[in-house]
Design a protein around this ligand. Structure first.
Ligand SMILES: [Zn+2]
Length: 271
């Protein structure tokens, strides 16, 4: 099996970044997403002590990190040029943090316009300008930029999975795609169909469940997503990317993680 199973630190989002990583590492998972919304991990403000602690956890447990920049109030497709400049700055600070931790990929969110009155074409153009600049900085640092599908509702400006491909085509050539399974369902698309369309560029998956309406970030199997269909497709195609479990903090996160990992392994063993 070439596919790697990872877990995002969002699972312990109420903890600080070092505690969250340590708890995931204890479960035996080797690929971990560092989420910049966790305490102690805002780009530009991370202390040397935190960096040292993350580096020694990586060494002790043989971990590989991915990085997720801040995403609250960060909109690459904003109609406001000063807002877009701030987004580029935040992403570049995240790239600097990634360099210090030897991280090789960084996800970016793009898909919402400032308000429903902005035309889809204008929003696409704003996103393209922002992501071109960020993608160039990432490429120079040897970091792969991953475009994630975050687009639904009245402010979504990407109507189909093909539209995300077009946006990726407008970014530097090393740009890859990240399929967020929960977001695909809310967007109204079958995640396996998205994986098929994006396959040549598909580098990572965000796996969390929901009921088709809200971005609940539930434990796998607690919503309406057909995990078996997706996992069997990835297995049949010998996909070699990272399947990153990205659920939010649960009532009992330790148990939810065990059950989710179990669900993934069971699905894969029955393909
Ligand atoms: Zn995601």
């Amino acid at each position: 099996m070439k596919m790697k199973i990872g877990v995002s630190t969002l699972l312990y989002e109420k903890e600080d970044i070092v505690t969250s990583v340590a708890r995931i590492a204890e479960s035996g998972v080797k690929t971990i997403e560092l989420f910049c919304e966790l305490a102690g991990f805002h780009p530009g403000k991370v202390t040397d002590e935190t960096l040292d602690a993350l580096a020694s956890l990586a060494k002790d447990y043989g971990l590989t990190y991915s990085i997720h920049p801040p995403c609250k109030e960060i909109n690459p497709a904003s109609s406001d040029p000063s807002e877009r400049a701030r987004v580029i700055e935040e992403y570049i600070e995240t790239i600097d943090l990634a360099i210090r931790l030897g991280i090789r990929d960084m996800v970016v969110h793009c898909g919402f316009k400032s308000n429903p009155d902005v035309s889809d074409g204008d929003a696409f153009d704003y996103a393209r300008q922002t992501l071109k600049a960020v993608g160039k900085a990432a490429e120079q640092a040897g970091i792969v930029m991953l475009l994630e599908n975050t687009c639904w509702g009245t402010t979504g400006f990407l109507d189909t999975p093909q539209d995300l491909l077009h946006l990726a085509d407008a970014c530097p050539p090393s740009t890859k795609l990240l399929l967020d399974v929960g977001h695909a369902i809310i967007w109204g698309f079958n995640p396996t169909e998205c994986a098929r369309i994006w396959f040549p560029r598909l580098a990572q998956i965000h796996a969390h469940d929901n009921h088709g309406e809200h971005d609940e970030h539930l434990e796998l199997g607690k919503g309406i997503i057909d995990w078996r269909e997706l996992l069997c497709f990835l297995k049949a195609e010998s996909w070699d990317g990272v399947f990153m479990i990205e659920m939010g903090q649960q009532e009992d996160s330790d148990a939810a993680l065990v059950r989710s990992l179990d669900l993934v392994r069971t699905c894969l063993s029955r393909c």
